[in-house]
Design a protein around this ligand. Structure first.
Ligand SMILES: Nc1ncnc2c1ncn2[C@@H]1O[C@H](COP(=O)(O)OP(=O)(O)O)[C@@H](O)[C@H]1O
Ligand SMILES: [Mg+2]
Length: 251
């Protein structure tokens, strides 16, 4: 397999916080058009790993490659510029802003009025509607405030924001942990649509059924190491539990 068919590679990534070795040399990869799941117990290092990819943390050692090219991100903004977007569990929208304002947060479109630059609200609203439509998300008005939305609607807006910017990689850390069953199904539909659009999706989830339903490939983390990686079709929920708890081994 050529390395350039991989959207993301993490090679032997290490990260410590004081004397806590959160990552001891984690190696994973993800392909475009696939959902790659990362599973593991609390404290296994999943969030630390994706934060290294997303530019929130800088690895102490090891390498991150995007489309075969070695990268160093000094901030989440630089990861975003490289096409990496993250959707966190704790719904990263601003309550008091409207939907369109959240979609355009930190990427406002301006227009020139004489010598003054002003926000082009009409254009941002119009593009917001297009961003929601791209994933068939129905929300009555992009002018409504975020605080009135359900958890599922918020997550849908966060996902549309992530895919609406020409991103190549969407990282999702427990995207349905705060949602009910129906809303979870909706978010799963969105994940399938992102996948169909050719994005590489990194999915952290505690829900094994969800991981088995959605993912193409699974990496198992334990105590800062990636201890197994396999195609989803070649494993079972029982095997995942055994790997996570340490009662089984697999290469
Ligand atoms: N910012 C931080 N400061 C100190 N320790 C941290 C920090 N982030 C994570 N850790 C520690 O690193 C380990 C891995 O955590 P984390 O990546 O959040 O695991 P997971 O997401 O798999 O539950 C844990 O022991 C956690 O306490
Ligand atoms: Mg975590």
């Amino acid at each position: 397999m050529s390395t350039t068919s991989l959207a993301i590679e993490c090679n032997a990534v290490k990260k410590s916080f004081g004397n806590v070795n959160a990552l001891k040399g984690a190696t994973i990869s993800a392909r475009p058009g696939e959902v790659t799941a990362i599973v593991g117990d609390n404290g296994a290092g999943k969030t630390t790993l994706i934060k290294c990819i997303a530019g929130v943390y800088q690895p102490d050692e090891g390498e991150i490659r995007i489309n075969g090219e070695s990268v160093t991100f000094d901030s989440p903004e630089s990861a975003r510029v490289a096409g990496i977007e993250t959707v966190y569990q704790n719904l990263s929208l601003v309550e008091d802003l409207t939907i369109w304002q959240n979609l355009f947060l930190n990427r406002e479109i301006t227009k020139n009025l004489g010598v003054v630059k002003i926000l082009n609200r009409a254009k941002m609203r119009e593009e917001s509607e297009a961003m929601l439509k791209k994933l068939d998300v129905y929300i009555p008005s992009v002018r409504s405030r975020t605080r009135g939305l359900s958890g599922g609607q918020r997550q849908a807006v966060a996902i549309c924001r992530a895919v609406g910017w020409g991103s190549k990689v969407v990282i999702m850390d427990e995207p349905t942990a705060a949602l009910g069953a129906r809303e979870t199904m909706k978010v799963e539909e969105l994940i399938k649509k992102m996948k169909a659009q050719g994005l590489a999706i990194l999915l952290i989830s505690h829900n094994f059924e969800q991981v088995l339903r959605l993912s193409d490939h699974i990496f198992v983390m334990r105590q800062g190491d990636v201890i197994a990686g396999m195609r989803t079709k070649d494993t079972t929920g029982d095997e995942l539990v055994a790997l996570i708890t340490g009662s089984a081994k697999r290469g």
